[in-house]
Design a protein around this ligand. Structure first.
Ligand SMILES: Nc1ncnc2c1ncn2[C@@H]1O[C@H](COP(=O)(O)OP(=O)(O)OP(=O)(O)O)[C@@H](O)[C@H]1O
Length: 253
């Protein structure tokens, strides 16, 4: 199992420092959640970890190896995968084809994109296994456009699982998912606990406090606190940063 180690990461957009000297670790098998108000820089941080965005300075290490300069496909090959907040699913393809195609594309072999997926048995087996684990095994042959929103989110999870992650970056996996679907999703993520590490960005405080081993709080690009859910919940700085509705939500969680 792998460990992600982030040291003094910084990133500015013009005069706006969106990632301000961020250091954190995701230990093997750990779920480390990042919470913070809207615009705190959570998505920008994940984009730098996944290789989508280049940091201005700082280092990202996976199992001690410096991956700061690696491309997204190279990071995926080493076991660092990202489940996307923005849906990147092809509506006209089946659920199974979507997983198989995405795995090909994300592992850097996008030139094979239009090769008949049905011919690649190993790829299909891996895709099917990931779908089953994500709770979509019975929808494999359905076109993706027929999926509900909650099923779409599970398909995104399946795509990430199919790349066999050691560290999985989850950017708001519960966005737009409510009620029982959200509870089932949280239960599903809990089952993966210990198998690979997860960095979880999520606004749903119930989910964060139910899942996370540690929580870091990002405010204006800086981590103001890191600790167990209980430690973070009782931290005065964190409560001040979450004044209002979310603060109450945090106190209740
Ligand atoms: N490409 C960009 N160019 C300029 N500014 C950007 C860019 N991307 C993000 N920002 C700004 O950086 C800040 C952090 O944005 P980011 O999306 O990372 O925050 P967030 O914590 O993920 O927010 P949310 O919880 O609303 O998703 C915001 O002020 C945003 O407007």
């Amino acid at each position: 199992m792998s460990r992600l180690d982030v040291q003094s990461l910084t990133k500015s957009f013009g005069a706006l420092k969106v990632t301000d000297d961020v250091s954190l670790t995701v230990e093997p098998g750990e779920i480390h959640a990042i919470i913070g108000p809207n615009g705190a820089g959570k998505t920008t941080l994940v984009a730098q970890l996944s290789g989508q965005l280049k940091p201005d300075s700082g280092r990202i290490r996976l199992d001690g190896a410096d991956i700061t300069g690696l491309s997204m496909p190279e990071r995926v090959k080493r076991g660092l995968a990202r489940s996307f907040q923005i849906t990147s699913i092809l509506p006209g393809f089946t659920v199974l084809e979507n997983v198989a195609l995405a795995v090909q594309a994300r592992s850097g072999s996008s030139f094979r994109f239009f090769r008949p997926v049905a011919g690649d048995a190993a790829l299909n087996d891996a895709a099917m296994e990931a779908l089953t684990e994500a709770g979509l095994g019975d929808r494999a042959g359905v076109v993706a456009s027929a999926l509900s929103h909650g099923e779409h989110r599970r398909l995104e999870l399946a795509i990430a699982l199919a790349t066999n992650p050691q560290v999985l970056l989850l950017d708001e996996p519960l966005a737009g998912v409510g009620g029982e679907d959200a509870e089932a999703f949280v239960a599903r993520l809990r089952r993966f606990k210990g198998r690979f590490a997860m960095l979880l960005i999520e606004h749903d405080m119930d989910a964060v406090f139910a899942l996370a081993d540690r929580v870091s709080v990002l405010v204006y690009g800086r981590i103001i606190a890191t600790g167990t859910p209980d430690e973070v919940r009782s931290d005065a700085d964190v409560r001040a940063a979450y004044l209002g509705e979310e603060g109450e939500e945090m106190a209740d969680a």
